[in-house]
Design a protein around this ligand. Structure first.
Ligand code: NDP
Length: 337
């Protein structure tokens, strides 16, 4: 079996470009005893992958130069020498950035083919949805809280806002275009959404939340974090989820100039790594899967087609090309049984 795959050709400096990647082919050997062959249907591109393209140790291992990348994927089992799976089963894995692969059963997670589209397992019911859910639990977001979410129209942000609304919060979001602002207000039920590119976040937060916010869900870092530190009320909480505004910086920037707010307002800032929540995956799937199947939660996605579009989709994350989860479709899903 010949599979196309994306390899890391060179380490990006600043914003990645197409030349940092190579579309190559490799032969996938048939599965051995207790192995399964999978045809990928969808793969994920995620901002955290940018950090893995740098040299040196981070909280996740760096990608190796010349090697195929990895990341979240949804696929169909097409051949199985393992009792746990049969052809036609739908599975998630960390074998993205390629069309076919062979793996051991323990590297696969079975999902229901009844829940559609199957790409939802990379979005609202996948890693990014779980990040949103985990973040709200991390700082115990509750009814009545005023929560501000940056990067709100992205994969994590829009689900965080929808879940916060279901908890009875007042939800404020910021995103980088009027189209995204309308999506947040009209489709996700945010109480307030604003475009961070048309005025300073600090000014817009002062207008939209004159008496302050209780929780800040940080996907962006930098100046946005600084604005949120000012807007937070006493005993406010920060979910430190991401800092995409700094991921392409060659030299780290100094931290927020007003960090002393943490002291004066007795704020709590908690770091979130979704992987730490894997032992609560079934709880997440039950709760958030329930909302999705009941029609209470939207799974918004931006889909590009073909592995040759995967690099462009990844780079597009850093200029806001996606609304909702950025998905790369690699193959046609099987007919529903
Ligand atoms: P998104 O779907 O939100 O895609 C990235 C978005 O970030 C873009 O659409 C763009 O939207 C916005 N963006 C890009 N550059 C900037 C910038 N300089 N300033 C402000 N916004 C910018 O990605 P995810 O939902 O997958 O991830 C969101 C954040 O959560 C990331 O920081 C990611 O690293 C983090 N994360 C953390 C996890 C954890 O375990 N801690 C797990 C998963 C994600 P716009 O048009 O609004 O600018």
């Amino acid at each position: 079996m010949i599979s196309r795959e994306i390899r890391l050709a060179s380490r990006p400096k600043g914003i990645p470009n197409a030349g940092n990647f190579l579309l190559a082919q490799s032969e996938v050997r048939p599965p051995e005893e207790h192995q399964v062959m999978v045809r990928n249907l969808f793969m994920s591109v995620d901002p955290y992958m940018r950090g893995r393209m740098n040299e040196g140790k981070s909280y996740v291992p760096s990608f190796e130069l010349g090697e195929v990348l990895d990341g979240g994927a949804v696929g169909e089992v097409i051949e199985s020498n393992a009792g746990e799976f049969k052809p036609g089963d739908i599975v998630t894995s960390n074998y993205g950035w390629r069309e076919y692969f062979v793996a051991a059963p323990k590297e696969l997670h079975r999902v229901s083919p009844e829940t559609q589209p199957l790409s939802v397992y990379l979005g609202a019911l996948g890693m990014t949805g779980m990040t949103a859910w985990a973040g709200l639990n991390l700082v115990e977001v509750k009814a009545g809280d005023v929560i501000y979410i940056s990067g709100a129209a992205g994969a994590v942000g829009n689900v965080a806002g929808q879940l916060a609304k279901l908890r009875g919060c007042r939800v404020i979001g910021s995103a980088g275009s009027i189209e995204k602002v309308l999506f947040l207000r009209d489709e996700c039920g945010f109480d307030v959404a604003f475009d961070y590119k048309v005025g300073s976040v600090a000014d817009q937060l002062t207008i939209e939340a004159p008496s302050g916010i209780d929780v800040y869900f940080d996907n962006v870092g930098g100046e946005t974090l600084e604005a949120a530190l000012t807007a937070l009320r006493e005993h406010g909480r920060i979910i430190a989820c991401g800092g995409i505004s700094g991921y392409n910086e060659e030299k780290p920037r100094p931290g927020p100039s007003n960090l002393f707010n943490v002291t004066t307002k007795r704020l709590t800032m908690k770091g979130l790594i979704v992987r730490d929540w894997m032992d609560r995956r079934s709880e997440f799937e039950k709760e958030v899967g329930g909302y999705f199947r009941e029609g209470k939660l939207k799974n918004k996605e931006t889909v590009v087609h073909g592995i040759d579009q995967a690099v462009g989709a990844f780079i597009g994350l850093f200029s806001g090309k996606n609304i909702g989860k950025m998905i790369v479709k690699l193959g046609e899903p099987p007919e529903r049984r």
